[in-house]
Design a protein around this ligand. Structure first.
Ligand code: RB5
Length: 153
């Protein structure tokens, strides 16, 4: 599985720890920055990761900012992206089982490293359940198509 990680300055330290954790596993990890504590703008990093997921160049993304809110808003602008902002293991698991989330968004200023690592591990190993959940995801795809075409209704 190919995974991209990205953060702003508020998510930098957690992003570094998660990237290191993932690199110790059988995973291909691409780090899209940021690369230090200097203040940067989260949409720039949401864009690089979300675009790669949207275009199918990577399988999954992990985005981190202070609260996760800005990253999730920005990432979900991209077609085929289902970015889930999660604060606990249960929501991380359910974001895969029910929502087929392809980007996990985390809050660097809220989560302790141990919890964040547990969330990432659960999120990566949990499969999408499909069935009724797939038809709901398909409805989101229809909304995406409608607005991409600029249709009124
Ligand atoms: C940066 O100060 C902060 O606004 C950002 O990391 C994020 O929390 C935005 O949603």
């Amino acid at each position: 599985m190919k995974i991209a990680v990205g953060s702003d300055h508020a998510g930098y330290e957690l992003k570094e720890k998660i990237a290191e954790h993932l690199k110790n596993q059988d995973l291909t990890v691409e780090d899209y920055g940021t690369n230090g504590n200097n203040s940067v703008d989260y949409p720039d990093f949401a864009m690089t990761v979300a675009e790669a997921v949207s275009q199918g160049r990577i399988d999954r993304g992990i985005l981190i900012c202070g609260t996760g809110i800005g990253m999730s808003i920005a990432a979900n602008k991209f077609p085929h992206v289902r970015a889930a902002l999660c604060y606990d293991v249960y929501s991380a698991e359910m974001s895969r089982r029910h929502n087929n989330a392809n980007i996990l968004v985390l809050a660097g200023r809220v989560l302790k490293i141990g919890l964040a690592i547990n969330m990432v591990d659960v999120w990566l190993k949990t499969e999408f359940e499909g069935g009724r959940h797939k038809s709901r995801i398909d409805k989101i795809g229809k909304i995406e198509k409608k607005f991409m075409k600029g249709e009124k209704k």
